[in-house]
Design a binder for this molecule. Structure first.
Ligand SMILES: Nc1ncnc2c1ncn2[C@@H]1O[C@H](COP(=O)(O)OP(=O)(O)OP(=O)(O)O)[C@@H](O)[C@H]1O
Ligand code: SF4
Ligand SMILES: [Mg+2]
Length: 312
């Protein structure tokens, strides 16, 4: 199973990188690889230049986990129903030895204030079922922040929340990015929220990154036909009449043993013969924006071929 294949990207401090793509494209697999919940079969995960993909020693893993924390989709499932909020926040502080024994309570309160749960003493004493979904997700974020991470991996952190409280969590992410200089990987299939928070966008299709670049560029001027279709499928109340979407029906290339060629070929409205023969590489087609497409982002070699074909 090639759930994620040939995926390369960089997360920088003080930025939010959105990872978007349809269901089954491999987003959670990438998130879990970064959080070291999955062991990659090949490749590297570099943190501060050190490859942590193969780290197995408890000390190394503990150190890495304190630097890279994960927030899950389901705030209900990620908290223990019989423990107070105080317990959830004090535990990582103790495990990772972040504060002296006497300083735990003060730090718990500080963390709750950081995520906007005030008055902190009131929330610290509550049980998860006494909080709303949005408040629970804030607790999950506070717990992740307890170990002072450099990277937060958030896998669809707002998709189970009511629309009205989603924006509060997105604003909290923006605030933390600025204040704590965190590097965020924000996994979502909601392009509107990616547009709202992200500095960089990665688009995944069938286990591969098919487009990446500055959020504004990718979402304003998408290069890859898949990104173009994704954007065309977002409803826009300002547009009452729109051109029909010209996607072909088809399936993503089987991820078990992917055939050569572009994995989007079955559905692509722009496909040409070479698409089913040669796998396109991720090519920087304009400064800071890359795509994996023979037509809209041809590689230098492919451009030469096209030129030769054209001259003949
Ligand atoms: N433990 C597993 N064993 C085998 N295949 C898996 C496993 N986990 C995921 N997959 C497969 O890997 C592919 C990528 O799954 P992944 O969960 O990363 O997708 P996703 O992009 O997060 O989707 P969604 O938007 O639905 O959360 C899918 O085809 C899925 O069926
Ligand atoms: S390489 Fe070909 S099939 Fe793939 S996205 Fe580009 S035009 Fe479409
Ligand atoms: Mg997922």
């Amino acid at each position: 199973m090639h759930a994620a294949d040939d995926v390369t990207f960089v997360l920088r401090p003080g930025t939010i990188t959105a990872l978007v793509g349809e269901s089954g494209s491999g987003k959670s697999t990438v998130a879990r690889l970064l959080a070291r919940l999955y062991q990659p079969t090949a490749g590297q995960v570099l943190f501060d230049g050190v490859d942590v993909a193969g780290a197995r020693r408890r000390r190394d893993l503990l150190r890495y986990r304190s630097q890279v924390q994960m927030i899950f989709q389901d705030p209900f499932g990620s908290l223990n129903p019989v423990k107070t909020i105080r317990h959830h926040l004090a535990r990582p502080l103790r495990i990772h030895g972040r504060v002296e024994r006497g300083g735990v309570e003060a730090r718990v309160q500080e963390l709750l204030e950081t995520v906007g749960l005030v008055p902190a003493e009131k929330y610290a004493a509550k049980f998860p079922h006494e909080l709303s979904g949005g408040q629970r997700q804030r607790v999950a974020i506070a717990r992740a922040l307890a170990v002072e991470p450099a990277v937060l991996v958030a896998d669809e952190p707002t998709s189970m929340l009511d629309v009205s409280i989603r924006v509060g969590i997105l604003n909290l992410m923006l605030d933390l990015k600025e204040r704590e200089r965190l590097a965020f990987l924000y996994v979502t299939h909601d392009l509107a929220s990616a547009r709202y928070v992200a500095d960089t966008v990665l688009v995944m299709y069938a286990g591969q990154i098919v487009e990446q670049g500055a959020a504004e560029q990718v979402l304003q001027r998408p290069l890859h036909p898949y990104t173009q279709l994704l954007l065309a499928s977002v409803p826009d109340p300002a547009v009452t009449e729109r051109a029909p979407i010209t996607a072909r029906k088809g399936l993503a290339a089987a991820a078990v043993d992917p055939p050569p060629g572009c994995r989007f070929v079955e559905r692509c409205p722009l496909r040409i013969p070479v698409c089913s023969e040669r796998t396109p590489e991720l090519v920087e087609a304009s400064p800071g924006q890359s795509a994996r497409c023979h037509v809209t982002a041809p590689s230098p070699a492919r451009r030469e071929d096209l030129h030769v074909e054209h001259v003949q």
